[in-house]
Design a protein around this ligand. Structure first.
Ligand code: DQA
Length: 151
């Protein structure tokens, strides 16, 4: 495929508080800094990037639905909805856009309630525990996957 890959990043609940929220777990970077680093990487890779954050499940569903035809890949950190949201799982299944689920922390090293992902099953892959690099690696994957996709 020749057109620049369009990647949508969806940050879920409480991720607007990055930098001040439990920095020992989620790191010191703010969401604005993370998004800026993703925009820098996207321009290096020749991708078009849109970053959004919401604390509301229905808003996240609407963004996933709208990705059909407007995005070539989705990077999603559903935050705590990861562990509860059948609706986000269904939305990701409903839309034929490859999605990668990302987490800053390693869920397998945390409480048992975080070790189940409702949404990861609807994604092509899950990257976790690498801090903000989880997002960067997902972006690299989706751009490479789009480039290799037959037109
Ligand atoms: C998180 C992990 C979730 O369990 C938690 O509710 C979050 C952030 C992560 O990026 O590590 O909000 O998705």
């Amino acid at each position: 495929m020749s057109a620049a890959p369009r990647v949508l990043v969806i940050h879920g609940p409480n991720l607007n508080l990055l930098g001040q929220r439990e920095p020992g777990i989620y790191g010191a970077q703010t969401l604005a800094q993370l998004d800026a680093s993703l925009h820098t990487l996207a321009s290096e890779l020749g991708a078009e990037l849109t970053c959004r954050q919401s604390n509301h499940e229905g808003v996240i569903l609407d963004w996933i639905h709208a990705a059909h035809g407007t995005a070539d890949g989705i990077i999603i950190n559903p935050g705590a909805y990861t562990h509860t949201s059948v609706a986000i799982q269904d939305a990701l299944r409903a839309v034929p856009v490859p999605a990668v689920e990302v987490h800053l922390s390693n869920l397998y090293r945390r409480e048992s309630l975080r070790q189940v992902s409702m949404s990861g099953v609807a994604c092509v892959g899950v990257i976790m525990g690498l801090g903000t690099a989880s997002y960067h690696l997902a972006l690299r994957y989706l751009v490479a996957e789009h480039t290799a996709r037959p037109s």
